[in-house]
Write a protein that binds this ligand. Structure first.
Ligand SMILES: N[C@@H](CCC(=O)N[C@@H](CS)C(=O)NCC(=O)O)C(=O)O
Length: 226
């Protein structure tokens, strides 16, 4: 049985875009897992993997940290239903989401995110994210960032839009890891912020609807921010 160490917020919200990649990849493979929710202050739970971040999986005797390494492991260990039939394309989407997309999401939801961490993780998140932003006025920072940030985020989605105008999923006629990467990024704000980031007319909105329906609506049913 696989154990997944997944980042948990207050009220058991599960926002981590990287953990979402792994959960969707496991579902794609039809694999069941044991869920181990972990707070920011519970890194001792993943110390056995030498990791400071989530996700981590324990699969039999194999320990894997980092969502990309986990996807590679799953394709090697469970070759049916490949996650990455076109690995260079998947690697490109992974890098695009990490460096061009997630960075545009963080400033526009950081206040909502800080409000929803577990109470025992609040000091850690205030200190670590405060250092990153140069302020602990997260609400003020978020409000200022939204003035231009939503448009910046939507512009960053343009590469996906161009693909989704031609085909129903980033991976073609059916979803695969590139789609799970992008959905993970969009589930992050959906889980911790009431802000709707997508316009209903956006082709990405329609794609997200199809993705939310996958696996018996797993992502749609996941607790989201009120
Ligand atoms: N490259 C890593 C990134 C993982 C990552 O940054 N996870 C965040 C949650 S979204 C984390 O665990 N952060 C811990 C912290 O900030 O202390 C991956 O793809 O798994």
């Amino acid at each position: 049985m696989i154990t997944l160490y997944d980042l948990a917020f207050d009220k058991d919200l599960r926002p981590s875009p990287y953990c979402w990649r792994t959960k969707l990849a496991l579902k794609h493979k039809g694999l069941a897992w044991r869920d181990e929710p972990c707070g920011f202050g519970e890194k001792q739970k993943v110390a056995f993997a030498g990791s400071q971040t989530y996700p981590v999986i324990h699969d039999g005797t194999t320990v894997v940290k980092d969502s990309w390494a986990i996807a590679e492991h799953l394709d090697a260990a469970y070759p049916d239903k490949p996650l990455m039939p076109d690995k260079p394309y998947a690697r490109f989407v992974n890098g695009w989401a990490d460096t061009a997309l997630n960075v545009t999401i963080f400033p526009i939801v950081v206040g909502d995110l800080v409000d929803r961490v577990r109470p025992q993780d609040r000091d850690y998140i205030v200190e670590s994210r405060g250092k990153r932003l140069g302020t602990t006025d997260f609400a003020g920072f978020q409000s200022k960032a939204r003035e231009k940030g939503v448009a910046t985020f939507r512009a960053a989605l343009e590469p996906a839009r161009r693909v989704l105008k031609e085909q129903p999923f980033l991976s073609g006629g059916a979803p695969a890891y590139p789609d799970y990467i992008l959905l993970g990024s969009l589930l992050w704000p959906r889980t911790i912020s009431p802000l709707e980031l997508l316009d209903k007319d956006d082709v990405v909105y329609g794609w997200r609807e199809r993705m939310l329906d996958l696996f018996d609506g797993m992502a749609r049913k996941a607790p989201a921010a009120a």
